[in-house]
Design a protein around this ligand. Structure first.
Ligand SMILES: *Cc1c(COP(=O)(O)O)cnc(C)c1O
Ligand SMILES: [Zn+2]
Length: 502
């Protein structure tokens, strides 16, 4: 649908033009800084930053109803720049001109209702939001679309040139960074640092395939992160880790999509996300707060953050009920099947603390909760979900396990509806499924397979057959008919099939 066909009262707003005034705001000293330069930490005090639109109040110039109509009608536009996360341009990066926007098909991932079997097990209605259906198969594409659109804007307006984008990664950040940077080459090149042996073969193949320089380093993610920080302090590189506030901004789209897909009705909704470096949960809270502020939603949903027993520093921080006594202690992580969340010292912890405060205050009651789940439940839940029609990754198993736990702890109730995040595609983490099926998960994961969830291929080669086909050596005639017939019988026997009525 083209703009002139839209209702008159929204026609002028349907295609956004650059607006607002964005700046970095420090979460430590509250100082603000212009966005002409790439900043990651506060030049004054070293704390992390968030992006803020100094003119956000202008968004209140339109009613919530008008905004909802604008966003719904925008769905019908065919303009690539507005097809992804920038459908929410005024909230995601209002200063970025449409020509700078990089759209590779990210965002607007489906929410899929759980079937009756699963809803009965959990004891409440819920949906999976399949963020594995993003272009590089994880939610990280949302933040990368934002960060690289901003970098493209800086490059085309002559503020920077020859960008080398670097990141440390538990796998998915580097996959997304390499993909988005490769689209902009040669203006932007990328280099990624991975903990050796701590990303899956699929995740390693992604940045390699997109032509990034890939470095593997001993240790875990937290060690990689320190090296990348050292690089960015000393050398001229653009940091694409979630220290980069543009990534958090792009990830807010997750909340906007949930709101829009549920007709902007957040009453009795629970949004469940896994926590690693804590960028995602930060963005999810920030997004709902912005929509509330603009009157697009009238209530905040509950937020449930989930961590594994093996990497749960955020959960531990909040397990102290007295806010004044809380102290953040980084932890040494143990191996986790939710490998992308295996982080003991989350970069965005100050952001979480700040946003949880704001969120609960705005809601006038506690709306953000945290649970911790054992590795066993993460794996069991992932496999159970996928046996019921989903494509959950291990982190999607973690959110389901977290929801079940929150039900048991009385944090969520049967009259609520949950939207749980499968942050990546199941295929990225299929190695864990394979090890579970074959009971080969190393002991430190503390996972033992349940028989009812195991599965393995059955090799069929009837003993009576003299010949079987092979590549380049097909069978013909009687030998082929024998092969087909005996193989079919053997499969029927295995499946206990009864004969068709003649
Ligand atoms: C990065 C990642 C997470 C953790 O998200 P944070 O923003 O670091 O908390 C969870 N799941 C997957 C698949 C990821 O790639
Ligand atoms: Zn500061």
């Amino acid at each position: 649908m083209t703009p002139e066909k839209f209702p008159e009262h929204i026609r002028d707003h349907i295609i956004p033009t650059p607006s607002g005034e964005m700046c970095y705001r420090c979460l430590g000293c509250t100082e603000t800084f212009g966005i002409d330069k790439l900043l990651y930490t506060c030049p004054a005090c070293g704390e992390v930053l968030l992006l803020q639109d100094m003119e956000q109040n202008r968004l209140k110039g339109l009613s919530g109803q008008t905004w909802r109509e604008i966003l719904d009608y925008r769905r019908m536009l065919k303009i690539p720049a507005l097809k992804g996360i920038y459908r929410f341009h005024e909230f995601i990066g209002p200063v970025i001109p449409l020509e700078s926007i990089l759209y590779l098909g990210e965002g607007h991932t489906p929410i899929v209702q759980a079937n009756e079997t699963l809803q009965e097990i959990v004891g409440m209605p819920f949906y999976y939001k399949n963020d594995g259906q993003n272009p590089s198969a994880s939610f990280k594409d949302r933040g990368m679309a934002s960060a690289l659109s901003y970098i493209r804007y800086l490059v085309t307006s002559g503020k920077v040139d020859n960008v080398l984008a670097v990141c440390a990664s538990t796998g998915d950040t580097s996959a997304a960074a390499a993909l988005y940077a490769s689209y902009l080459q040669p203006l932007v090149k990328s280099a990624v640092l991975l903990p050796h042996g701590k990303v899956t073969p699929q995740q390693l193949s992604q940045p390699l395939g997109n032509g990034a320089a890939v470095f593997e380093i001993p240790g875990v993610f937290d060690d990689c992160m320190k090296v990348v920080e050292a690089l960015s302090e000393k050398y001229n590189v653009a940091l694409l880790n979630s220290k980069n506030a543009w990534r958090i901004l792009g990830q807010e789209s997750y909340s906007y999509e949930i709101a829009q897909d549920l007709e902007f009705d957040m009453k009795n909704k629970v949004v469940v996300v896994p926590i690693g470096n804590a960028g995602n949960i930060t963005a999810v809270m920030a997004g709902f707060l912005k929509f509330l502020d603009a009157g697009i939603i009238t209530e905040l949903p509950k937020i449930l953050g989930v961590q594994s027993h093996h990497a749960n520093p955020v959960y531990q921080y909040y397990s102290e009920p007295d806010a004044k006594k809380r102290r953040f202690v980084p932890m040494t992580v143990k191996p986790s099947v939710a490998q992308a969340a295996m982080i003991g010292n989350p970069v965005s912890m100050p952001r979480v603390i700040s946003l949880v405060n704001q969120y609960n205050k705005k809601a006038d009651c506690q709306k953000v909760f945290f649970v911790s789940v054992p590795e066993q439940e993460i794996m069991d839940c992932q496999l159970m979900a996928n046996r019921n029609g989903h494509i959950a990754c291990t982190h999607g198993g973690e959110t389901l396990a977290g929801l079940i736990r929150a039900r048991k702890e009385g944090l969520v109730h049967s009259d609520e509806t949950a939207i749980i995040d499968s942050t990546a595609h199941a295929l990225k983490f299929s190695g864990f499924q394979e090890m579970y099926f074959e009971d080969r998960l190393p002991e430190e994961y503390e996972v033992k397979p349940q028989k009812s969830l195991q599965n393995k291929p059955v090799f069929i080669r009837p003993e009576g057959l003299k010949e079987v086909p092979a590549p380049g050596m097909p069978l013909t005639g009687t030998a082929f008919r024998e092969f087909v017939c005996q193989t079919a019988d053997a499969i029927a026997n295995n499946l206990h099939l009864s004969l068709r009525d003649q």
